[in-house]
Design a protein around this ligand. Structure first.
Ligand SMILES: Cc1ncc(COP(=O)(O)O)c(C=O)c1O
Length: 464
């Protein structure tokens, strides 16, 4: 019998993060400031500490992880790698399936891998409070935890619909000492303006980001913190893939294919970047493929456009080169809260455009069907976000059953779903409906973007 769980001792916690920037096939396009229509960082230097800014543009491939950060990582790292023996049996597949499980962190997902270093660098530079946004609360609870570990205050703008639907994530943030506001809130100008238009505005991540940035810009000693999309966030997550490589080596396997879900792209990057490095340096024994899965309800990579767009609704950020379905996107109330952001990490967008990553979109019903097979064979209840990766892995394993291929499939189980039981309740009682964001809506947002910036295609042609 293969070993079900590969958990190695603390020695495998990486000492360095892997930065993909020097290894991209094409340099990353710059961000653009709409005022000048030229490359520039916009407000970015005003809201992050210097060390984070340096990591954002690093030309170094390997970046040391501070000992204080590794020490806190020790609370839950290394995370286990499981051989999904039960799932393989349930699917009757000749494939070998492994999953790396990040749900063992105190807040229950991969997000503290970056919350801890972000809080650490801010503390080092004398910042007193962090402001941030959260959708379903995974990121909010992680940064609340990170801030607490380094004695910082924390303010979280939580998308209003989640604030109402997920009271226990809010309680978790408050237990960690954070102050949580439903967004749009009356704490900021952008929030107040939206509430004046519609007192029942249910919010979006784009709106909550605007509020958190406005808070940081308006107050001394306050910095902004973000849970995905930015290069430094993806970088911090590479502890996942670096550990996973060591664990697979012990198991005597190497992946043929890697699956992850993409909200902003950080957890998937964390897993696959180290294998990408193997591939481009000729160290990978196989032609490993990387497959990113997203929600049909928020299909930025599969239906969106690779262009320049703002990262937030109030247009405070510079224009970012990314796949987008429009900064005015208001999500349908699907359960995978972490996949409901309108844009994608520029690094992932660039790699998708270079065909280095393949993409797939699934609707929430088929995703929960796959989660159910996983739960009933492996026992862990996954968060709805990584259930998208499970769906990809299950389909791949079923294809192997048809062809008889003994592929090694690795996926990232980036969080548990113990705060998402309402979603399971809806699914199990047949209330969950498949939903696809209409292509016409994306076209409408792109038309609005072009009306706002008639020069956008010129800039896109020049830099992307
Ligand atoms: C559990 C979980 N998985 C995945 C995501 C998606 O984000 P990313 O693509 O940056 O990993 C989130 C975001 O909130 C999340 O909470």
């Amino acid at each position: 019998m293969p070993s079900r769980k590969i958990i190695l001792d603390e020695k495998i916690i990486p000492k360095q993060w892997y930065c993909i920037l020097p290894d991209l096939p094409k340099p990353l396009p710059p961000t653009i400031e709409p005022e000048t229509k030229a490359p520039g960082p916009g407000i970015v230097p005003k809201i992050f500490p210097k060390q984070i800014l340096a990591q954002e543009m690093s030309t170094e491939r390997w970046i040391d992880i501070p000992e204080e950060v590794r020490d806190i990582y020790r609370l839950w790292r290394p995370t286990p790698l499981f051989r999904a023996v039960g799932l393989e049996k349930a699917l009757k597949t000749p494939a070998k399936i492994y999953y790396k499980y990040e749900g063992v962190s105190p807040p229950g997902s991969h997000k503290p891998n970056t919350a801890i270093p972000q809080a650490y660098y801010n503390m080092k530079e004398g910042v007193e409070r962090l402001s941030t946004e959260t959708g379903a609360g995974q990121w909010g609870s992680s940064i609340a935890f990170g801030a607490m570990m380094f004695g910082l205050k924390c303010t979280v703008y939580m998308v209003r619909v989640s604030y109402q639907q997920k009271p226990y994530r809010r309680s978790m943030m408050e237990a960690y000492g954070a102050k949580v506001y439903p967004s749009p809130s009356n704490q900021t100008e952008s929030g107040r303006a939206l509430l004046k238009e519609d007192a029942n505005n249910s919010g979006s991540l784009g709106i909550a980001i605007s509020e958190a940035i406005e808070d940081a810009l308006a107050h001394n000693g306050v910095n902004y913190s973000i849970g995905s999309v930015f290069n430094h966030v993806l970088l911090h997550q590479t502890v996942i893939g670096l550990e996973c490589k060591e664990q697979l080596e012990v198991a005597g396997d190497y992946p043929d294919v890697i699956y992850g879900c993409i909200g902003g792209g950080s957890s998937f990057s964390g897993l696959f970047w180290p294998f990408y490095h193997d591939k481009i340096t000729g160290k990978a024994p196989k032609d490993v493929r990387f497959i990113a899965t997203e929600a049909t309800a928020c299909p930025k990579v599969t239906k969106g456009e690779y262009t320049y767009d703002h990262g937030d609704t109030a247009k405070l950020t510079p224009l970012v080169p990314m796949h987008t379905i429009g900064h005015d996107f208001i999500p349908a109330p699907i359960h995978a809260g972490g996949l409901r952001y309108h844009g994608m990490a520029p690094i992932i967008s660039s790699l998708v455009s270079q065909n280095k990553i393949q993409t797939k979109a699934y609707n929430q019903t088929e995703v929960f069907d796959a989660a159910k097979i996983f739960i009933q064979s492996e026992g862990i209840i996954p968060a709805p976000e990584p259930a998208h990766a499970i769906k990809g892995a299950v389909d791949e394993a079923l294809r192997c059953k048809e062809t008889g291929e003994e592929k090694v499939i690795v996926f990232l189980l980036c969080g548990h779903g113990y705060f998402d039981m309402k979603a399971y309740d809806d699914y199990l009682s047949g209330k969950l409906l498949p939903y696809e964001y209409p292509a016409e809506k994306v076209e409408e947002s792109m038309r609005k973007l072009r009306k706002l910036y008639p020069w956008i295609d010129e800039v896109k042609k020049k830099f992307i």
